[in-house]
Ligand binder design. Structure first.
Ligand code: GAR
Length: 195
């Protein structure tokens, strides 16, 4: 079994896509980690009996530290950590604990439109304002700098006729739901290796 932990902050459509498209006989979503107590993603996890951990770098009721979440994930033999709309920066010590085992999906074609503040609709607004004709999604390894790790896979989508940033968001989200499950499947089959 290839165990994944999915980190989330919001509505959880990418979590749902992973759950529906890759979890099954050989891949298991064994934990969801959220920095928000009441988000759609955490609700989805609870509804599907997936253990949920709430994480914070500050001491707060009901939240665990990154250190204790790391310990829990190790006890569960997590093979891969997938950031699927997780909007907090992962602490350096956590990145060290899971070197080359954390991936992120970003809603643009990196290295363009990445970095601090570039998340969710902010990304699509910047793409819309630049009048780009294509956008897309990127899955990359997570290192200690925002959106900087090695790119694993990208998929693009035509946006030359869109009228708003929201329209770009909808088109990109659709391909995210194909790209992320695809990449996770390839990891589980041992088809992605870092040299
Ligand atoms: C997705 O579009 C994801 O690419 C983006 O947040 C959204 C989460 O949606 N992530 C980032 O912007 C990270 N920089 P979801 O909760 O429905 O999966």
């Amino acid at each position: 079994m290839f165990n994944i932990a999915v980190f989330v902050s919001g509505r959880g459509s990418n979590l749902r896509a992973l759950y529906e498209k890759v979890s099954g006989e050989s891949v298991k979503v064994c934990a969801v980690v959220s920095d928000k107590e009441d988000c759609g993603a955490a609700e989805f996890a609870k509804e599907n009996s997936i253990p949920v951990f709430f994480v914070s770098s500050k001491i707060a009721d009901g939240f665990s530290s990154y250190k204790s979440v790391a310990e829990e994930l190790k006890k569960m033999f997590v093979d891969l950590i997938v950031l699927a709309g997780f909007l907090k920066k992962i602490p350096d010590e956590f990145v060290d604990e899971f070197e080359n085992k954390i991936i992120n999906i970003h809603p643009a074609l990196l290295p363009s439109y990445g970095g601090k503040g570039m998340y969710g609709l902010n990304v699509h607004k910047a793409v819309f304002e630049a009048r780009d004709k294509i956008s897309g999604a990127t899955v990359h390894f997570v290192d200690k700098v925002y959106d900087n790790g090695k790119i694993i896979s990208q998929r693009s989508v035509n946006i030359d006729d869109v009228k708003s940033a929201e329209e770009i968001a909808a088109r990109v989200l659709k391909i995210e739901h194909e790209l992320l499950p695809d990449v996770v499947r390839k990891f589980s089959e041992g088809r992605i290796k870092i040299n």
